[in-house]
Design a protein around this ligand. Structure first.
Ligand code: NAP
Ligand code: SF4
Length: 668
């Protein structure tokens, strides 16, 4: 596929860009880290080298009250502006353009000095805000303008004003959070006065030739959000105040609708930007789950937007634009929307990286150095850890042989991609397949490594990445025909009956329960399930969700007393829990397994007998490592390294597997 729309230049007024890819704003945690600005410079410059059209930085506060968390990055003085110079210089040297996002957190700030239009606490924050006085509003407007002027001084090519996702400006624009009765509240004209005056003040300070982007909340996805007519009024007002480009914002952080998780179909929100295109004549940016150049090209070709925003996809592969331009989309490391190393890290106060690209935000640390002496390396197992180890070692110059006993590469990802909402996991397998070819890894599928291969291969290093196998708990009657192991189910070897009980309540149990209850995710089913108002007739774009129709009756049992799904990702766990609740899945802890027979699964529930009749009982009781080959390799005197599940099965996840594989590939 050629990407003629994606790579047609665009004139944004003060800036001309060679393509239509905007790197969306994303906080990385480097903003506050030691040497963070140097590392950010490298991070952004790497994306500029990858040919992204325009970068927007993570949100920078205009003042202290606007901090997301105590001592977060802000732009309120010339000395702060000077620190940013290293970033703008690096991006410009790499041939890129960069705009700074100004974000005032309002009541989403995680500190006691938070302010908002009205003193209403957010459901996701412990801090009750102070209502801004008229004077406070004026000061805040001036702080935005000063911040923009300082951004210009720091060498940025423009700014983005964050007016969506439920942050301060958005708190002013909707009735949910703005209960003011003065000139800054009331009807839509009063509520949007704050952003309009901010844009005017910025324009006055920075002059006409400095790019201003406004991130507009086009769908609030919360009760008390704006009507579509009000959103359009706001769009026109900020345009008239001096904005060059409008970026789309979808959903507040407190919305109970997933907007970027993997359950959200690709490009699921471009229709919103398309509706705005009927109303307004300045460039518009489409957002959310645009993770491949094909999706991006489709949006632009259909005229739904003028640019596309990608944030996580450029964490996953900084060279996405260049590879697309060179028609090498097969080589793109695609973001799978897992959030596990990016947003989950940020919410845990850790630096962001990327599950499929551990080098993200650690570019210096993960820079690959060519080898001085070429080794013959055996990698056992072509799951995420083995694939990462093999291509990294081969790229550096080693002769790598990758053995996989099944017919296809991918390991646990091949199972995960069967789960509704996880189809993108197949992209990671496609990426590694391509990298294996490009780096010249010798791939041997359908071959189980044995003593002969170990002894006769003249290997100088052996990497055991044989992964894990399911743990089979010791319960009487485990050999009953109704008992299935999760991999049999996900592989489609057996189609379970209408009533299923799952043993175990970890990530795989959640996946299996989703697989057994849920039809493949489409845009229509996603909108119905989460009550998204495609007709834009309801305020906030929300309407009553349709009742779910689960494919089966599923019960999850587990032994511990903790909350179900507590170990799931911070930013996606609630989505899985809510989805399974909608699907009628019950999760019951404090279970002691007694036996399995014709009647079903007999248990003790807090000491009292309970029977769970079931057509099938699916075991999702964790994993044990497969490391027997390591002992065998050591026995013949080989240099052995264990990675991923083969090293440690507990708390195995793909993030650790890929990072460990990459690190060992770098270390050999
Ligand atoms: P897991 O998260 O460790 O969960 C294993 C489950 O099995 C637990 O709920 C445990 O619950 C139960 N269990 C353990 N030993 C048992 C025994 N002897 N008898 C009966 N039950 C037992 O493992 P997993 O679900 O297999 O997932 C593996 C890894 O993949 C995890 O690290 C997970 O994070 C990751 N993963 C993540 C996702 C995701 O959405 N982020 C999806 C899939 C997998 P009790 O001890 O309470 O009974
Ligand atoms: Fe995408 Fe997951 Fe990487 Fe985040 S961690 S950028 S969601 S692949």
């Amino acid at each position: 596929m050629t990407y003629s729309h994606l790579f047609s230049p665009i004139d944004l007024g003060p800036l001309q860009l060679p393509n239509r890819i905007l790197m969306g704003s994303m906080h990385t945690g480097l903003e506050e880290a030691r040497n963070g600005f140097e590392r950010l410079a490298r991070f952004y410059a790497t994306r500029a080298e990858g040919e992204v059209g325009l970068i927007v930085t993570g949100g920078i506060a205009p003042n202290r009250q606007g901090w997301l968390s105590p001592f977060a990055a802000k732009m309120s003085s010339s000395s702060e502006a000077r620190k940013h110079r290293v970033i703008t210089r690096a991006v410009h040297d790499a041939g890129g353009k960069i705009a700074m996002q100004i974000l005032h957190a309002g009541r989403y700030g995680y500190h006691p000095f938070v302010v908002a239009p009205t003193n209403l606490k957010s459901p996701i924050s412990p801090f009750k805000p102070f209502a801004l006085s008229e004077r406070g509003i004026r000061t805040t407007i001036n702080d935005f303008a000063r911040s923009a002027a300082l951004a210009r001084e720091a060498g940025y090519d423009g700014i983005e004003v964050m007016g969506s996702e439920g942050y301060l400006i958005n708190q002013f624009t909707v009735p949910r959070t703005n209960k003011r009765t003065d000139d800054w509240g009331g009807d839509i004209h009063g509520r949007i006065r704050f952003p309009v005056e901010i844009i005017r003040a910025i324009r006055e300070k920075v002059g006409p030739d400095f790019l201003i982007i406004y991130r507009l909340s086009m769908l609030d996805l919360v009760e008390g959000g704006n009507t579509w007519e009000e959103v359009v009024i706001q769009a026109k007002a900020v345009r008239d105040a001096g904005v060059h480009v409008i970026n789309t914002g979808i959903g507040w952080h407190e919305a109970r609708v997933p907007t970027i998780a993997s359950v959200v179909p690709r490009g699921a929100y471009s229709w919103v930007t398309a509706r705005m295109k009927q109303e307004i004549d300045i460039p518009l940016v489409a957002v959310n789950r645009i993770n491949t150049p094909d999706v991006a090209e489709g949006i632009l070709a259909r005229g739904e937007a003028d640019m596309v925003s990608m944030a996580r996809p450029l964490l996953a592969d900084p060279d996405l634009p260049r590879k697309a331009r060179q028609n090498r989309a097969q080589s793109i490391n695609t973001c799978i929307a897992c959030n596990q190393a990016c947003l989950d890290h940020i919410f845990e106060n850790k630096e962001a990286s990327c599950l499929v690209n551990p080098a993200a935000c650690r570019e210096e640390e993960f820079a690959l150095r060519p080898v001085h002496s070429r080794k013959k390396v055996l990698v056992i197992g072509a799951g995420p850890a083995g694939m990462a180890a093999a291509v990294t070692a081969a790229e550096r110059g080693h002769e790598v042989h990758l053995y996989e006993q099944s017919a296809e590469i991918g390991g646990q990802f091949r199972l995960a991609m069967q789960v509704p909402g996880k189809a993108d996991y197949a992209e990671t397998i496609r990426y590694y397949q391509q990298r294996i070819t490009e780096t010249g890894v010798h791939l041997h599928t359908g071959v189980a490594v044995d003593e002969r291969i170990l002894a006769e291969g003249s290997w100088q290093s052996v990497i055991v990445a044989a992964g894990v196998r399911p743990r089979i708990p010791e319960i009487a009657g485990m050999d009953h025909p109704s008992v299935l192991i999760y991999d049999q189910v996900l592989r489609g070897e057996v189609i379970p009956g209408a009533k299923v009980v799952i043993i175990g309540a970890g990530g795989i149990a959640v996946d299996v329960a989703t697989f057994l209850t849920t039809n493949a995710a489409t845009s229509a089913t996603y909108q119905q399930e989460w009550g998204i108002d495609r007709g834009l007739e309801h305020p906030g774009g929300l309407q009553p969700a349709e009742e779910a129709r689960p494919l089966r009756e599923v019960t999850i049992l587990y032994r511990s007393s903790g909350k179900f799904g507590a170990g799931l990702g911070k930013t996606t766990g609630w989505v899985h829990r809510l989805h399974l609740k909608k699907m009628g899945v019950q999760a019951i802890g404090n279970t002691e397994y007694v036996r399995i027979d014709e009647e079903g699964l007999h248990t003790l529930q807090k000491g009292r007998p309970a029977l769970y009749p079931a057509d099938h009982i699916v075991v999702c009781a964790g994993q044990v490592r497969q490391n027997e080959l390591a002992d065998m390799a050591r026995a013949v005197g080989l240099d052995v390294h264990l990675v991923g599940g083969a090293r440690l099965a507990g708390e195995l996840d793909a993030k650790r597997a890929i990072e460990e594989g990459t690190r060992i590939g770098m270390a050999l």
